[in-house]
Design a protein around this ligand. Sequence first.
Ligand SMILES: Nc1ncnc2c1ncn2[C@@H]1O[C@H](COP(=O)(O)OP(=O)(O)OP(=O)(O)O)[C@@H](O)[C@H]1O
Length: 226
Amino acid sequence: MSPLLQARDVAKSFGRTLALRGASVTVGAGEVVAITGPSGSGKSTLLHCLAGIVVPDAGEIHYGGTRLDELDEDTRTRLRREAFGIVFQFGGLVPELTAAENVAVALMFGGLGRAEASAAALDWLKRVGAGDCAPLRPGDLSGGQAQRVALARALAPAPKVVFADEPTGALDSVAGEEVLGLLLGAAREHGTTVVLVTHDNRIAAFADREVVVRDGAVSEVPAVTR
Ligand SMILES: Nc1ncnc2c1ncn2[C@@H]1O[C@H](COP(=O)(O)OP(=O)(O)OP(=O)(O)O)[C@@H](O)[C@H]1O
């Protein structure tokens, strides 16, 4: 499998807190990788560095042939919008927009016109079982509905990589596995690479590979034969 994403010796501090101290990880194209580890070990920070949301203090982030950490902010943001889909624990939806508009806006960033984007947004909401949510604003959605809408928004523009930070964290285990099933089903269908942070071993077991972060560094767990 050819490497698509790589963190090399990444360090990141927040004030006096050293969140990452030389973390390295390689993710292959089409691979589903779960980042696990104790609370506060640096999982989210590593995900944010890989996704170009946080710029490391030291080390390198490679995406394809591009040094993500060396791009200026505008270029990094553009690349993120074009190539990455991002799902956060509590959805991270824009509160003023309806569910359908939240998804449509992501498609319009990708170049679709308003009418096309609205139609495609509705299709995606139906695909993730959130068709009824289309006219509702995030404040009127349950946690599970918001997660489904966030998933539709992340997947609709056909990203190369989906980054998900505790994508099932706000859900009970049944709903969590369902949302994860939708994410992995869509990803495997399209060959999308998925990097997800989870503290839940059952969720991690669905990944191709688990990467464990401890004290800001990575110890990779070998691929499990299933
Ligand atoms: N924006 C920030 N400002 C200050 N400190 C931060 C920030 N982000 C992370 N940290 C600190 O960096 C360390 C690593 O945090 P991170 O969120 O990456 O860990 P985590 O493994 O994802 O934790 P959790 O499982 O609890 O979400 C923690 O000590 C955290 O408090």
